[in-house]
Design a protein around this ligand. Structure first.
Ligand code: ADP
Length: 566
């Protein structure tokens, strides 16, 4: 384990503290030494000089002035207490002796000379000492100057290197780590950070590297898994019998499978990433596929030397509530188409074949009721009436089936011409009048005077209204009303048939115009479930629209509109 960052910081600051402390102590030491040198000179030697001078002064006044002896004695005592130099004691002692002799023998002038000589010697000793000590103090000052300068310079150098290096200890690894994090954010998981430090930054770098390693591993394993999954899904898509084309949200081609390639006559590799509407300029099928409407229409496509039928299905890919593109599925319905065609042909043939014998049965039954053929008893009359009614019903069914097969084979023949709405409605009302009377139902017609003519096939339009009315009568209670209305708005003429019968459950309304659809639970044996489907085809073939509004238990309103004649 290396030195921790915290320790480094503490050491750095501690070192600076030590530098300041050392320098302070050293300076104090030298100042102290200098001042004690000066003190020593002052105390030890200067005072001795003062005493000597005083003694010399007192000597001048001897023997006349007796107080001079006291002054001399006092100074001599001071001098005796202030012996500091080698040899000073001996000289002071001989001074003492000489002074005693002088006091004992004041007339002897040689004693004066002796005393003066001793005082001068003390003086000299102390003067020399002063000079010597001064020289020492000078040397101390010099060495203090030198040492303080050396130490100051060294410390300054150390502190400077410290200041220069220390921020790098923190700034450098921080910069490296920031750089590494930036790389990771850019998904460059191969990034590693190498730090020689073994402190917290070193640990951080290690943690970073292991994180990057984990991310790298995760990314790679994920990538491999995703690539595998992608391959698998691509294979599945490619092997499907349906054509599949994927577009992104802007309409660029993402993928298309083998079937789609064949149908479009395009190679995936050539058109990948291209803008689909651009391709549609040169490719009819692509144009049809990109049209939003008409999804229900069958597409007849000639490819691979044969005709196939496809159903277009568009799936909008939604991701988190945002449209992320769409997948166009071309479902191969050739088989269903062929079966459906066979069924339609069969129904058409059978209905057609049944029509003639049914008509003749009806004719014969009617003839039987004629008195000229022979008189029938009541029972026989009832039987022929029932034969006639059943033949009617069967004829109705065959005509519906024929109509349907016409619709399914796309063979609706329209005779569009201006027609009066009133005439169309009248024809329909007359056709169902008898049925209505049998249930005692009143048909109320409400037509404005100024209704314009419609552009319509009169027969087919009144067939539609008859179908509406037949249903309305069938699902209305006895002695109720049925309203037939027409009005005119925005260059269109609207026709409606309203009954107050049982109504239709809301959930069945979207399917009411589907072929063979009957509301479940209505045990009505007379229906084929084709009437409304044929009505829709008839109205749409004439460029109109058909609709229904109904509430269960309250009744139903069926309506359509056609263009006004010009
Ligand atoms: P169908 O020939 O069997 O009557 P339609 O296509 O005309 O077939 O009608 C489909 C179904 O719609 C009917 O079976 C019936 O259940 C329901 N339906 C049609 N008209 C009405 C109506 N006026 N009131 C209630 N139900 C109706």
């Amino acid at each position: 384990m290396g030195v921790r960052l915290k320790t480094k910081l503490s050491l750095g600051l501690g070192f600076l503290f030590l530098v300041i402390l050392t320098f302070g102590i050293l300076s104090l030491y030298y100042i102290n030494r200098l001042s004690s040198d000066a003190n020593r000179i002052l105390k030890n030697n200067y005072e001795s000089l003062v005493y000597s001078n005083n003694m010399l002064g007192a000597l001048e006044d001897l023997p006349d002035d007796s107080s001079a002896i006291t002054v001399f004695r006092a100074n001599l005592r001071n001098q005796e207490a202030n012996i500091t130099e080698p040899g000073e004691r001996e000289v002071t002692e001989s001074l003492q002796k000489n002074f005693q002799e002088l006091l004992a023998n004041p007339e002897d002038s040689s004693n004066y000379v002796q005393v003066r000589e001793s005082i001068r010697m003390i003086n000299d000793l102390n003067q020399e000492a002063i000079l010597k000590k001064n020289a020492i103090a000078g040397a101390t000052a010099e060495s203090a100057k030198l040492w303080l300068t050396i130490i100051f310079t060294t410390l300054i150098l150390i502190v400077l290197t410290f200041i220069y290096n220390f921020p790098g200890v923190i700034a450098e690894p921080v910069a490296k780590l920031a750089d590494g994090i930036r790389e990771i954010a850019n998904k460059n998981y191969g990034k590693r950070i190498y730090l020689k430090q073994e402190d917290e930054f070193g640990e951080l770098a290690q943690a970073f590297n292991s994180m990057a390693g984990k991310l790298d591993e995760y990314e790679n394993s994920n990538l491999a898994k995703l690539t595998f999954e992608k391959k698998r899904i691509e294979t599945i898509i490619n092997q499907m019998r349906d054509g599949i084309i994927g577009l992104d949200e802007k309409g660029h081609l993402l993928f298309l499978n083998a079937v789609a390639e064949k149908l479009l006559g395009l190679k995936e590799a050539d058109i990948l990433g291209k803008y689909a509407p651009d391709l549609a300029l040169k490719n009819d099928l692509m144009r049809t596929l990109l049209q939003e409407e008409g999804t229900k229409k069958e597409l007849k496509i000639y490819a691979d030397n044969k005709e196939s039928y496809f159903n277009k299905d568009v799936l909008h890919v939604v991701n988190n509530g945002q449209v992320a593109g769409k997948v166009i599925v071309l479902r191969n319905i050739t088989l269903f188409h062929e079966l459906n065609e066979a069924k339609t042909n069969f129904i058409a043939t059978v209905s057609h074949e049944l029509k003639t014998p049914l008509s003749s049965i009806k004719m014969s039954a009617q003839l039987l009721t004629d008195n000229r053929v022979g008189q029938l008893n009541t029972e026989q009359q009832e039987l022929t009436k029932s034969i006639s009614e059943d033949a009617d019903r069967l004829l109705n069914i065959t005509s519906e089936l024929l109509n349907m097969s016409q619709v399914e084979t796309g063979n609706i023949q329209l005779k569009l011409q201006p027609a009066r709405p009133a005439a169309i409605i009248e024809q329909a009302v007359q056709a169902v009048q008898f049925q209505a009377q049998q249930k005692n139902i009143t048909l109320r017609t409400n037509l404005p005077e100024d209704l314009p003519a419609v552009q319509a096939d009169k027969e087919k339009t009144s067939w539609v209204i008859i179908n509406f009315l037949t249903n309305a009568i069938r699902y209305s209670p006895d002695t109720s009303f049925i309203d037939i209305a027409a009005y005119h708005k925005d260059n269109k003429v609207f026709f409606t048939v309203t009954d107050y019968g049982r109504g239709i459950d809301e959930k069945y309304l979207p399917r009411i115009f589907d072929r063979y659809f009957k509301v479940p639970g209505t045990h009505e044996r007379n229906g084929t479930g084709l009437g409304l489907a044929i009505s829709k085809e008839f109205i749409e073939a004439q460029g109109g629209a058909i609709w229904v509004k109904s509430r269960i238990g309250e009744g139903s309103l069926f309506g359509f509109h056609l263009s006004q004649a010009k």
